[in-house]
Design a protein. Structure first.
Length: 453
């Protein structure tokens, strides 16, 4: 190869040795995701049904290349992809079309993917290839998590006996290069600059040996104390103020982990009498949140779950009339559950809270209070769906049987979390509208939710 003569007249010689590609960032994952394996045709709620899969330009070209070689393939491509039809909340130019039953046209009678079976993983759209895995890029690597919208991920995650701690992946966890979200590494972004430390503080709150509501109260107390100087677009930690702001944040993080504070907040929460009107207000908000989702296209499993728990077939206009009765039933059942399987209940829903904090970066919200409010709404809705499930009620009405009590709780809670996540957690447009119309994210509101859960 001849020398290259740049415009400044100096001579430079191109190296004949290829430059090395940057090493891929390390992958981190949880024990649940390390153990995950797709159930395929044995899955009780296949991911190939009931939601619109976005297709970007690269996906579309990949599918064309795989299917356009034959007349049959072209016919299936026409049935599979809707050009110019975006999935809700998606900026991609197309989506996979669902048939009259809510299933993907490529879903075979044995509940396996026809594209994967005939052409392999490389022909799949990225969303199909990656799911249920998620990928968050942080300064320490790619965190490969999982969506609780997958029944097997929900089971492995919520019923795990070990902490939901990240560990180096023993094998590649992603079938292709993919990052769903990236935490900013801009040194001027103080809200993101402290992401790992602040997120760890939130995780530590939900791992405390306290009742679940007290854990939420500890996290809310931390969020309230840093609210004035630690939020999106903060300027309180810039320039000459940076060391003072960072020292203040570190002090608040340390104070949050003080056992004396935990005891104090747990005692204050236990002593707080939840006014019936406030409890009914929370119940009405959560019931409306669930019933409004039924107004949009939804899976039969979600409709059945909500109807079974709320015992209502009408539209959200019925919520005010049923809220008081729902609260009375919920409060009674919650006390029964706490007496019979309280430790299991707090551990299971505590793992849900940990998973939420890990999978949903707090930087998606303008403040930590707003982030915790979103978590509390999700947690409250899933607790409601679980505790009001007639199957759990029937078990609690029967004689105490520790093994049966725990088994029924685990089954109903995992199912509720999975169906809720698939119907609501993966519907960003609905979530955005529903949460914006709800009660404001305040410390007081979070304490009410802490009493509710």
């Amino acid at each position: 190869m001849p020398p290259v003569l740049p415009q400044n007249g100096s001579v430079a010689v191109r190296s004949l040795t290829p430059l090395p590609h940057p090493a891929p960032p390390p992958q981190l994952t949880t024990p649940a995701m390390a153990a995950f394996s797709c159930l395929a045709e044995r899955c009780p709620d296949t991911c190939c049904r009931d939601w619109a899969v976005p297709v970007d330009d690269a996906d579309l070209e990949r599918l064309k290349g795989a299917l356009a070689a034959s007349a049959a393939g072209r016919e299936r491509l026409v049935r599979l992809v809707v050009i110019g039809a975006r999935a809700p909340g998606s900026a991609t130019p197309a989506r996979l079309h669902l048939d009259e039953s809510g299933g993907c046209p490529m879903l075979e009678a044995d509940q396996r993917c026809g594209v994967h079976a005939a052409l392999g993983e490389e022909a799949l759209a990225t969303a199909c290839s990656i799911f249920p895995r998620t990928a968050l890029a942080t300064p320490t690597g790619i965190e490969v998590g999982g969506s609780l919208g997958c029944p097997e991920v929900a089971r492995l995650t919520l019923l795990a006996t070990e902490p939901l701690a990240l560990q180096p992946a023993a094998r590649p966890m992603l079938s292709r290069r993919y990052v769903g979200k990236t935490i900013s590494t801009d040194d001027g972004d103080a809200y993101a600059r402290h992401f790992l430390d602040v997120r760890q503080t939130l995780l530590d709150c939900f791992r405390l040996p306290l009742p679940l509501g007290a854990r939420l109260a500890v996290a809310a107390d931390f969020a309230m104390r840093v609210q004035g100087f630690f939020h999106a677009d903060t300027s309180e930690m810039d320039g000459a103020r940076r060391p003072f702001g960072e020292r203040r944040l570190e002090a608040e993080r340390d104070a949050t982990m003080a056992p004396g504070l935990h005891r104090q907040l747990a005692a204050e929460l236990q002593a707080l009498a939840l006014p019936e009107a406030a409890a009914i207000d929370v119940m009405a908000a959560l019931a409306s949140f669930l019933l409004e989702r039924r107004r949009l296209p939804h899976s039969p499993r979600f409709g059945a779950l909500v109807e079974r728990a709320l015992n209502v077939t009408g539209q959200p206009g019925a919520v005010p009339a049923i809220s008081a009765a729902l609260w009375a039933t919920y409060a009674t059942r919650r006390e029964q559950l706490q007496a019979r399987a309280g430790l299991t209940s707090d551990a299971l829903f505590g793992r849900y809270a940990e998973h939420f904090v890990m999978r949903n970066p707090y930087t998606d919200a303008p403040t930590l209070l707003e982030h915790l409010h979103r978590l509390a709404v999700h947690l409250g809705a899933i607790r409601l769906l679980t505790i009001l499930d007639p199957r759990l009620a029937e078990r609690l009405d029967a004689a105490a049987d520790p093994a049966a009590d725990v088994a029924t709780l685990e089954h109903t809670a995992v199912e509720a979390a999975q169906i809720f996540t698939k119907a609501i957690g993966h519907h960003p447009a609905y979530l955005h509208a529903a949460l914006d119309q709800g009660a404001p994210a305040t410390f007081g509101r979070l304490i009410l939710m802490a009493k509710f859960v």
